[in-house]
Ligand binder design. Structure first.
Ligand code: BGC
Length: 379
């Protein structure tokens, strides 16, 4: 069984090997349905690579994000304009959540309208520049455009982190948007009106969550729901909607611990995807919260659980196929899409992130031309 150091080294290696020359990261190289680059997964992967010292990898991803948006500037301006005029904008009219590594939409049917990834990109870019320095100026056009896009549509119901429930508004999505906008609100080089728009929108989002997204002191899966979802951890760490010791943060985390975290972490109680197993990346988020909140013992326990999910090649799955919430549903998914995803780059990213949050040294970037080690599938 590989140990922490081995799985960490494998993690940066796998992420590098599955980053295309375009900068896009494949969600999973061996699970056909995930041979795309998601804004959400990618932003957390880029943040992990930034932490691991591979600034080039993170910056290549941020540049890919910017090109996706700028290549669709006309579409985005059109959407903003229609919204301003009160014209109908349908979910399928929006920017997508995932693209091929060379920046094309997929033809397959998908739950394409998800806004969290665009906010998470801005958050990750800001965090990266704070960590490594660098030039935000080259991102100004893309950042201004996506800020105006998010400010126009943040209040629209959209698919959540798990690409479900288009009919609802989800605090985890809203918090990702707010975190991105908060970051942008103080960036140099943007127009004052964009700063104000970003800041004002982030305030509105926080106010909406506080009034409609909290029940009995806990954040909820969507506005009007009573349930929790493990993606809510991100509202606190890293998105900072509430400080780690705020009563709402504590109550939310306590519910997630109690209802969803027997060892690893379930997404939510009704989850039937592959039968509803425990997710490696969510153990990473929960551990990250505890590391930031000062409970290093609990954080370490979650890190150790994550490492134990690695196979003998050091590869981490998306979810673990035992102790399922709804085992009757597992076969349906295996028949449809094959065994569940492994390796999942986002799982590896969250292992790197949690290890780093606990002060464990991450593997330094290799010398030489790292781009050579990257995936050669674009074009
Ligand atoms: C998850 C998404 C994720 C995608 C790619 C889906 O099953 O619900 O959160 O972005 O896989 O990893």
């Amino acid at each position: 069984v590989p140990d922490l150091t081995t799985v960490l080294a494998r993690s940066t290696e796998l992420i590098r090997a599955n980053q295309a020359p375009s900068g896009a990261y494949l969600a999973s190289p061996s699970f056909p349905t995930y041979r795309y680059s998601w804004f959400r997964d990618g932003a957390f992967i880029a943040d992990a690579m930034s932490r691991a010292g591979d600034a080039g990898s993170a910056e290549a991803f941020f540049g890919w994000c910017a090109s996706i948006v700028l290549d669709r500037a006309e579409q985005v301006e059109g959407l903003i304009d229609r919204q301003a005029r009160g014209a109908l904008v349908r979910p399928e009219d929006h920017l997508h959540t995932r693209y091929t590594v060379d920046g094309r939409e997929s033809d397959e049917a998908w739950e394409t309208f998800q806004l969290d990834g665009y906010g998470t990109w801005l958050w990750a870019l800001d965090t990266h520049v704070a960590r490594h320095g660098g030039d935000l100026a080259r991102h100004v056009a893309a950042v201004e455009l996506v800020t105006r896009y998010l400010a126009a549509f943040w209040a629209a119901p959209s698919y959540d982190w798990w690409e479900e429930h288009l009919e609802h508004r989800h605090p985890s999505t809203l918090a990702a948007i707010a975190a991105g906008l908060r970051a942008v609100a103080s960036w140099p080089g943007l127009r004052a009106e964009v700063h104000e728009l970003a800041d004002g929108t982030a305030d509105e989002i926080a106010a909406l969550i506080a009034t409609r997204g909290v029940v009995r002191g806990s954040l909820t899966k969507w506005l009007g729901s009573e349930a929790v979802d493990a993606s809510l951890i991100a509202c606190v760490v890293p998105f900072g909607l509430y400080p780690v010791h705020h009563p709402i943060a504590r109550t939310t985390i306590a519910r997630i611990e109690h209802e969803l975290a027997p060892a690893g972490v379930y997404r939510y109680l009704d989850d039937v995807y592959y039968g509803g197993g425990q997710w490696v990346l969510l153990a990473g988020f929960l551990g990250w919260y505890h590391a930031e909140a000062g409970d290093l013992v609990r954080a370490r326990q979650l890190l150790d659980w994550m490492v134990r999910q690695a196979d003998d090649r050091g590869e981490l799955p998306e979810q673990v196929p035992h102790d399922l919430l709804h085992p009757d549903h597992q076969t349906h998914w295996i028949r449809r899409w094959g065994p569940s995803a492994r390796p999942l780059l986002w799982s590896h990213a969250m292992l790197l992130t949690l290890a780093d949050a606990l002060g464990h040294p991450l593997c330094a970037p290799e010398d030489g031309n790292r781009a050579d080690a990257r995936l050669e599938t674009a074009g």
